[in-house]
Design a protein around this ligand. Structure first.
Ligand code: ADP
Length: 493
């Protein structure tokens, strides 16, 4: 049976997973790497350490003897590297998606009236999160970088392009359309770098990688790496890879990942839906030149609220314990926890909202707070889902779930109840890496159609709504009152 090597380059670790043709993970290796916080709000990675950790995991799993057909890459999105085209040496650390150093620049872009143009062409909100202003910052702040970029001596790109460059020994400087759509430099409708946006963000277009299909050739591994001669046949940004790994291949299908934050993506097919609810429009993937799009919304604090109960309040010792504590009461006793610790994302986009607990009485216990915290995660996901359903004009038949907190059956049941829609958790929860393997395996001919990939995806558990529609409506209305209490809190009086 043919095997595929997925390289999963995440924010805190690099992993390599070998999947067999039935989509089960055969070998896994993982290496963490250093997080650099040079100033408050700044987050950097050393590109050499990213590459070394990724290469080490690949050598590790291949060293266990698996015969691998091809490589698929999935990666933390938006993080950028700028490097010397001749030597391959980075001119600065990678600036990570979480880094806020270009916030003021984004404020200025909005003040200058660029938000409309940017959202129309890129489907994104103007935000420091995306790559464009990070590249601009490096060119402006590294001595000599801008003239060198203009002379064509530098390369820039997201982490996928940095890995492709290194894997191919500098032969290929390319990215896929899903990663490119997170830079604020790509016209998502044409799928090409946009000269007007590049001018606006002062990024010489010549330093950007070639944009390729997500499933197709990105070159072959360099002989000196000790990986053998393997072709890189798939590249997808992590959330789009999870969408693929959940086999959400048809328009209207959606997945939600419950990690530190939550990420919901809905496949909208060849149509780029503009959001009226402040969701992002993004490229899901490009296959055979055809672009499929997705709507995307994120919740900043999802599973992180459970970490806060553990570390901040100390009412649980580990994350899974929340399930027993929250189950020890029948309901949250009228308490709502709005985990707006760092503001609220879509559809509110309120930077000044702050975490709020409302409805506390003399009868409130730690168990009620725990239960309300899980409900707070589920309600935020409902907020995203409502926005998405409004934008898409139709409801999804089911929501596919993954991520660490999706292991919590109580949370999943609450979610199905509040959504009034079924939830499905797959057997393989490594959906991000699996999506990269799917992209590579489709190009390698391991799987020849969407139907074959869909047949690999299998449900492990299904959660049907048990709450009445009236009760769900009342709970949602009550949540919205609680959200109102949290909004605008951090504004100075
Ligand atoms: P990330 O990829 O963002 O690091 P993971 O997918 O590994 O996140 O999920 C980890 C998050 O899930 C943590 O925030 C943790 O608090 C939460 N979590 C893990 N297990 C559970 C559980 N059983 N119930 C609720 N939350 C959980």
């Amino acid at each position: 049976m043919p095997h595929l090597l997925a390289l999963d380059q995440g924010t805190t670790s690099s992993r390599a997973i070998v999947f067999d043709g039935s989509g089960s993970a055969q070998e896994i290796a993982q290496r963490e790497f250093t997080q650099h916080f040079p100033r408050p709000g700044w987050v950097e990675h050393d590109p050499a350490e990213i590459w070394d950790s990724q290469l080490a995991t690949a050598r590790d799993v291949l060293g266990r003897g698996a015969a691998v057909e091809a490589i698929g890459i999935t990666n933390q999105r938006e993080t950028v590297v700028v490097w010397d085209r001749a030597t391959g040496t980075p001119v600065h650390n990678a600036i990570v998606w979480q880094d806020r150093r270009t916030s003021a620049r984004c404020d200025a872009l909005r003040r200058d009236g660029a938000a409309d143009l940017i959202s129309r062409k890129t489907g994104l909100e103007v935000d420091a999160y995306f790559s464009g202003t990070k590249i601009e910052w490096i060119l402006d702040n590294v001595n000599g970088a801008r003239p060198r970029a203009e002379r064509g001596e530098l390369c820039a790109g997201t982490i996928d392009s940095w890995l492709v460059w290194n894997l191919t020994g500098g032969a290929v400087h390319a990215t896929d359309a899903s990663n490119a759509s997170r830079t604020m430099l790509l016209d998502i409708h044409s799928g090409e770098w946009d000269p007007e946006l590049c001018d606006l963000l002062r990024v010489p277009i010549g330093i950007l990688p070639e944009v390729r299909d997500s499933s197709g050739s990105f070159g072959r591994t360099d002989a000196s790496l000790g990986l053998g001669d393997l072709e890189i046949l798939g590249v997808l940004g992590d959330q789009q890879a999870a969408l693929a790994g959940q086999a959400c291949l048809e328009p209207g299908m959606a997945k939600n990942t419950y990690g530190t934050g939550c990420f919901m993506l809905m496949n909208t097919g060849p149509e780029a839906r503009c959001s009226s609810n402040r969701l992002l429009t993004t490229i899901a993937w490009r296959l055979g030149g055809r672009i499929d799009y997705a709507l995307e919304g994120s919740v900043f604090i999802g599973g992180a609220a459970v970490q806060w109960l553990r570390d901040g309040l100390g009412i649980i010792e580990n994350a899974p314990q929340i399930e027993a504590l929250a189950s020890s009461v029948d309901d949250s006793g009228g308490v709502h926890v709005v985990p707006a610790f760092v503001g609220l994302g879509a559809p509110y986009w309120d930077q000044d909202a702050r975490g709020t607990i409302v409805g506390i009485t003399r009868g409130t216990s730690a168990a009620h707070i725990a239960r309300a915290t899980l409900e707070g995660i589920a309600h935020q996901v409902c907020d995203l889902h409502e926005a998405m359903t409004n934008d898409a004009g139709s409801a999804t038949s089911e929501l596919r779930v993954d991520g660490g907190a999706s292991a919590n059956d109580l949370l999943m049941q609450m979610q199905a109840d509040l959504l009034q829609a079924p939830l499905v958790r797959p057997r393989v929860t490594e959906t991000t890496a699996l999506g990269a393997a799917f992209a590579a395996g489709m190009a390698a001919g391991v799987w020849e159609s969407n139907a074959e990939v869909e047949a690999i995806w299998a449900a492990d558990a299904r959660f049907e709504p048990r709450m009445s529609a009236d009760d769900a409506r009342a709970a949602r209305a009550s949540w919205k009152r609680a959200v109102e209490r949290s909004r605008g809190w951090a504004v100075e009086s």
